[in-house]
Design a protein around this ligand. Structure first.
Ligand code: FES
Length: 243
C-alpha cells in the first residue's frame, strides 16, 4: 500500500467559549495499515491537540458512542477504515443531539427521553413471583425481539433523518424500532390503542416522510425499514377503526 498523508477536516466548537464560532480545523497524519477513525482521532489527540473532543468506549461497534458525520454520512468512527476514505475527510458531530464539544454529542439524554415517551418496558400486571420458572416464548418471537434489541443507540439513524432534523419531537427510527420490539413481545399487555397514543401521530410513526436514510445509515443493519412498515401498518389500522 502506497503511504498516504491524510487530512482530517474536523469541526471544532467549545460551548464554554461561545465567542469562538464553530469552525473546521485541518489535521494531517500518515496512514497506517488497518487504520480506523478511532485510531486517527486518538493519535491526533495524543500527538497534536489534547483538547480534541470525541467519544469512544468499545472500539467494536457495540457501545454506540462514536457516531459522527463522516463526509456527511452518519457512521461509526470505530468501524470506519481510512482505506475507504479519500485523502481529505470531513468529520462533523451528529446533528439533532446536544453538542458537547467538537465531535462529542449527548445521545443519552435523547434516548432516555425516547424511552420514557415510548414507555420502553414490559407492561404487565402479573404479580411478581421470584420462584416462578422462566417464561417460555416461541423461537421466532424471541428472534424478532432480539433483532430490534440489536440497536446500539448510536444515533446514526436519527442524525441522518430529515424529519428528525426538522422536528425535535420526532420519535425517529430508533423510537419506532423500540415500539416494534414491545409490540411483538407477548409479555407486554398493552393494547394497540395504547400504542397508538404513543406513536400514532405526526411526532410518531406518521411523521416519517419515507426517505429511509435511517435504514441506509444503520451501521449494524437493524431492519428499520421493516420495523417502520410494521408499526405504521398496525397504527394505520387502529386509526382507521377510530374514524
Ligand atoms: S466506540 Fe463503541 S461503537 Fe464505536
Amino acid at each position: 500500500m502506497a503511504e498516504r498523508s491524510l487530512t482530517f477536516r474536523i469541526m471544532r466548537y467549545d460551548p464554554d467559549m461561545p465567542d469562538v464560532k464553530p469552525h473546521l480545523q485541518d489535521f494531517t497524519l500518515k496512514e497506517e495499515p488497518g487504520m480506523t477513525l478511532f485510531v486517527v482521532l486518538n493519535q491526533l489527540r495524543e500527538e497534536q491537540d489534547p483538547t480534541l473532543r470525541f467519544d469512544f468506549v468499545c472500539r467494536a461497534s457495540i457501545c454506540g458512542s462514536c457516531g459522527m458525520l463522516v463526509n456527511g454520512r452518519p457512521s461509526l468512527a470505530c468501524k470506519t477504515l481510512t482505506k475507504d476514505l479519500s485523502n481529505i475527510t470531513t468529520l462533523l458531530p451528529l446533528p439533532v443531539f446536544k453538542l458537547l464539544g467538537d465531535l462529542s454529542v449527548d445521545t443519552g439524554v435523547w434516548f432516555r427521553e425516547m424511552s420514557m415517551r415510548t414507555e420502553a418496558w414490559v407492561h404487565n400486571d402479573d404479580p411478581f413471583d421470584a420462584t416462578a420458572e422462566e417464561g417460555r416464548m416461541e423461537n421466532e418471537t424471541a428472534l424478532k425481539i432480539y433483532e430490534a434489541e440489536r440497536c446500539i443507540e448510536c444515533g446514526c439513524c436519527i442524525g441522518g433523518c430529515a424529519t428528525a432534523n426538522l422536528k425535535p419531537d420526532f420519535i425517529g427510527a430508533a423510537g419506532i424500532n423500540r415500539v416494534a420490539r414491545f409490540m411483538v413481545d407477548p409479555r407486554d399487555k398493552r393494547s394497540e390503542l395504547e400504542y397508538f397514543e404513543v406513536v400514532g401521530s405526526e411526532d410518531g410513526v406518521f411523521g416519517c416522510i419515507g426517505l429511509m436514510a435511517c435504514d441506509d445509515n444503520c451501521p449494524i443493519g437493524v431492519p428499520l425499514r421493516g420495523q417502520l412498515a410494521f408499526v405504521r401498518r398496525k397504527m394505520a389500522a387502529v386509526g382507521w377503526k377510530m374514524r
